[in-house]
Structures are given as C-alpha cells and as structure tokens.
Unconditional design. Sequence first.
Length: 437
Amino acid sequence: MAPYVTLIEEGLAPFVGEHELDYIRPQAEAACAQLRAGTGPGAEFLGWLDLPVKVAEHIEAVQQAAAEIQTRAEVLVVVGIGGSYLGARAALDALTDEFATGSVRVLFAGHNLSSTYHARLLDYLADKDFCVNVISKSGTTTEPAIAFRLLRELLEKKYGRDGARRRIYATTDAGRGALRAMAEQEGYASFVIPADIGGRYSVLTPVGLLPMAAGGLDIARLVQGAHRAMEELQAPELADNPCYRYAALRNILLRKGKLVELLAMYEPCLHTFGEWWKQLFGESEGKDGKGLFPASVVFSTDLHSLGQYIQDGARILFETVLYIKETSRQVTIPHLEDDLDQLNYLAGKSMEFVNSCAFRGTLQAHVQGGTPNIVLELPELSEYSLGYLFYFMKKACAISGYLLGVNPFIQQGVEAYKQNMFALLGKPKREQGGVVG
Ligand code: PA5
C-alpha cells in the first residue's frame, strides 16, 4: 500500500541530486536506528513514538470530560503556552468552521503576558458559562500560571469555590509541580502528561485531545490517523518512507546554505498548524549554533507580502508546501451577464481549481527564482489526516535533529529569558528552580 502522504520532489530537481540522498543515506539510517533503539540523545523522551497505541485507553475518559464540558459551558478556556496549547489550537482552527455557532467555543489564555488580551477575555467571559482546562507539564510556567489565577478568581466569583472546582480540568505531570499539587488539594478533574513526552511532542496526549474533543472534533479518528503514520513510517528505506526522506532532504538543503525553511500552505485554516510546526522544529533543532530557522506562510495571502522576498530576495530559503489535494467544501464561480469584472473566463470553475493553479504557478516561479520546493501532499483535511500529519512531523523532527547532531527533546535556551524576567520581577530565589517546561 502506498503511504498516505506523498512527497513530490520536482521542485528540488535543480538543487539536489539523487546521489546526495545516497550520500546522506547511511547517516539517515543511523539516525532512524538510534530513534528505534532508544540510544540517541534525549532517549528518555520517546514516549510519543508509540503513543497512538498507548493513548487508546484514555480516549473514553477524555471524551467523557469533553461531554461534561459541553453540557456545562458555552466557552472552554484553554490555559497553556507552547506545546501545551498549540497542537489543540492547530487542530481546532483547521477543522472547525469559524463562521458557525452552536458548539462550545474554545478560547485560549496564558500564551502571552498581554494585559489587553486578558482584560478583553475576562470582559467577554463575564456573562458566559465557562470551564477552564489548565495545561502545564511543569506546572510552574509563569504565563499560564498568571492567566489561571485570573480565571480562577472569576470562576469563584461566578460559581463559588465549589462550583469553580467543578469547572476546572487540569492537565499536568503525574506527580510534580504546583499545578499537580493544586489539582490534588482542590479536587480538580485531572489528566496526566506522561513524563517521557515533552511539551511539543504532546499533542496526542490529553494536552491536545481534551480541548479538541470539547470543541467537537473526533479524537478517536485523529488517533487512528496517527496510528497509521506510526505503522507506515517505520519502513527502513528512504525511498519508501516520506518521513525519513523529508528529514534527509531538509538536512541536505541546510548543508547547502539554505538557512530558512518556509512551511507554505494554501488553506488559511492551517495557519495555526504552521505555528505548531514552527515550535516543534524551532525548539527541537535550534541549538548549539545550528538548525534551520522555521517560518510559515499562507498562500496566496502571503504571496502579496512575502512573495517578493521568496522570489527575489537573499537565496537562503527553501519551501515545504503542505498541499491538500481535495478540499472539503466547493465554491463555483458564477457566470454574470454583465461581466463587469471580466471574470467570466472563470465561470463554472471551482475556487479550488483557481487555488491549485496558484499553487502550480507559484511553485514554478519560486523554483525558477532559486527557491527549492518540497511538496507534501495530503489527500484531505480531516481529523484522520491531521493525526497522521502530527505524527509525521514529530518523527521527521526527531530524525532530523539526530542528523543535525542535536538533542531534539530539550529546550535549554528557553530558560535564558525566564531567568532575567524572574530577576526583574524579584521572584524569590527558592522558587526560581522550577522544572524546565
Ligand atoms: O515543548 C516544550 O516543552 C515547551 O514549549 C513547553 O510546552 C512550554 O514551555 C510550556 O511548558 P509547560 O507545559 O511546562 O507549562
């Protein structure tokens, strides 16, 4: 059976020769073998590898909590930052209809320190029935901790202390951190982030699954997609395994002086998926003075802003286009008698067709302009395909990190700003240790 996703490499032909893949093959195979055997750096954080199997036993409990939230609330506020919110937000943005009303609205807090953002959110929630899912693996991260304090105060004002407790769902480590202690003391419903799974690899744990389910997504189907990726992306040969091949190709391009990888998408609802992907690769690879800088664009929107640079600026970029073969909804361009806008030449054509021409025309232009293109084609946009894609990218990132010679499961660089901020805030020294989130 052919893999669920297809890697199309025509846009690489002028830049990467097949022999270069032959040369990197032994290193890529060694990286894959390290990952499989658990002998590479950060091997204590490989719990995500077989998560699509292990998480099955938790799905029912997550769905039950989600159903409870749906009966109690019109809004769910998800409190978290980095890996503790981006996966859920990516899936919800990709798969829910932003113009529809009816189901629980999922909002986010604690992913910034903006008083304007949080004041507006508190105003909005004042007359809403809401629940909170507070998510932090370390249980000590400042941004979500502040937001949670604000929301807890509002919940207690609205529903009393006991009522508030019944509206709070905590997702955190099994035993350590302030959030776990608080959940135990206050009796919040709680879910566990396994110790062997880091934040940005946790989208298929309750971290991602509970907000997604509360927002109406079919999480069982999402996990099925990830399960397929887990099984399919074990093929040892680069030729048969698009995930290994992608990891190898991006390393070849980096070694040839391409410093920036642009993830390009033609569906605006995938914007937040780009944010999740940026965090995954940026935190995993950007260390020890190495790594591709991950950036993302949504076309054709950004062809009217960054398109000029991609076509004609410094030749430091390559693009990975995430292309959805069949969109879920069709819009046909109507025929109008007056043809004032001179668009009758498109009458009867679908917008999807126009979008696909933009994709093909752009690819050609960018390749001619000196920007290598890798295309990763997904048959559709659904829970299943997104589950597959989350797993695909996590595995590609781990292999890519090993090929690069870094530990893709730590993020020591994130601590630097925190230490300075804590000093400026006057945080007591004994509380500054925390666990690296
Ligand atoms: O990938 C990571 O580990 C980080 O980006 C964390 O997800 C982020 O820092 C939030 O940490 P925590 O969940 O501990 O609050």
